[in-house]
Design a protein around this ligand. Structure first.
Ligand code: ADP
Length: 304
């Protein structure tokens, strides 16, 4: 099978977002889906070197699951590797706005996506066509331990066969029993990744890194050939094959909603990196996209 897909692995949820009049608008989002959504807009779909963009997940068989799948397909993302489970449905989160401060409530504990790594043969089949597999710490967090191990083994096998593995640690302590379990699982996954895309603030909080260089070195030591450390509006630090570098941030014209800043950065960076871009150009592409995304409301914005 040709390795021609950018395969994101994780959970898409129903999003309920408040409008100014107090009503809620329904959408669909999730960290890995957001990255796939932006990657689909950036990677060439046809011609030599064209990419398929696919999503590996699980949803229910009910109407809302069907609607989510349609949404993903309408975005040009292949859903052949989204499993259907009659016994479960999709997760949901609701955004609360209190004087401009956003908070989130989640109903995802029993979502179908938690079963996405149940079937080793299905994982292997999906990864056989992947030129790049993209996973996050949230993907890991929602899985039972045995399923997490199965996913990492499948990624390791795919990597041996020529697939590049990209990983955003996306540290979310609420999804883990405790910080130590989270850090252990994320470190184990990073050892299976070629490219690690952490956010410094989270890494400092949970791993105690004193500066972004320390984060880059730590993931480099775990085995990643390329580490890109995001730092909100700050400079971006990379370590490529052992060499540290700093790259300028891209100023946002306005900061309206930082949702999916990191997810869109990752898509912009990876799409450029998978093309002919230099490391500096790929970082600039990621930061440029993220700066535009945070200038508008919502995770998925047509950012040009
Ligand atoms: P996350 O949203 O995952 O926590 P970060 O806060 O590290 O990620 O931000 C990811 C990227 O988004 C940054 O590398 C930067 O390119 C962009 N970004 C985030 N906040 C700002 C900001 N205030 N101004 C400009 N760019 C920003």
């Amino acid at each position: 099978m040709a390795r021609d897909s950018f395969l994101a692995i994780g959970e898409c949820m129903v999003e309920m977002a408040p409008e100014a009049d107090g009503r809620y608008v329904m959408g669909f989002a999730g960290d890995t889906l957001n990255t796939a959504w932006y990657a689909r807009r950036l990677l060439p779909a046809t011609g030599p070197g064209g990419w398929r963009v696919g999503y590996l997940s699980a949803v229910g068989t009910d109407a809302i699951s069907n609607r989510m799948l349609r949404f993903i397909e309408d975005a040009g993302i292949d859903t052949a590797h989204v499993a259907r489970r009659a016994d479960r449905s999709v997760g949901l989160y609701l955004i609360e706005l209190d004087r401009g401060e956003r908070s989130f409530a989640y109903w995802r504990a029993n979502s179908a996506a938690r079963m996405l790594a149940e079937d080793g043969a299905a994982l292997a089949a999906a990864l056989a066509g992947a030129r790049l597999a993209y996973v996050s710490g949230i993907t890991l967090a929602i899985l039972a331990e045995a399923d997490r191990a199965r996913l990492l083994a499948a990624l390791a096998e795919a990597r041996r066969a020529g697939c590049t593995v990209a990983f955003d640690p996306n540290l979310r302590p609420r999804l883990w029993p405790d910080s130590a379990a989270m850090c252990a699982a994320v470190s184990a996954a990073a050892a299976h990744a070629d490219i690690v895309l952490p956010s410094f603030e989270d890494e400092a909080a949970h791993f105690g890194d004193p500066d972004p260089e320390a984060t880059a070195r730590r993931y480099g030591a775990a085995g990643a050939r390329l580490v890109v450390v995001k730092d909100g509006p700050g400079t971006i630090t990379t370590q490529a094959d052992g060499t540290l570098a700093r790259h300028p941030a891209v100023a946002a014209a306005s900061v309206v909603d930082t949702t999916a800043a990191g997810d869109s950065f990752n898509a912009g960076f990876l799409a450029a990196h998978l093309g002919a871009a230099s490391l500096a150009e790929a970082v600039a592409a990621g930061a440029g996209l993220a700066a535009r995304v945070i200038g508008q409301r919502g995770a998925l914005v047509e950012a040009g």
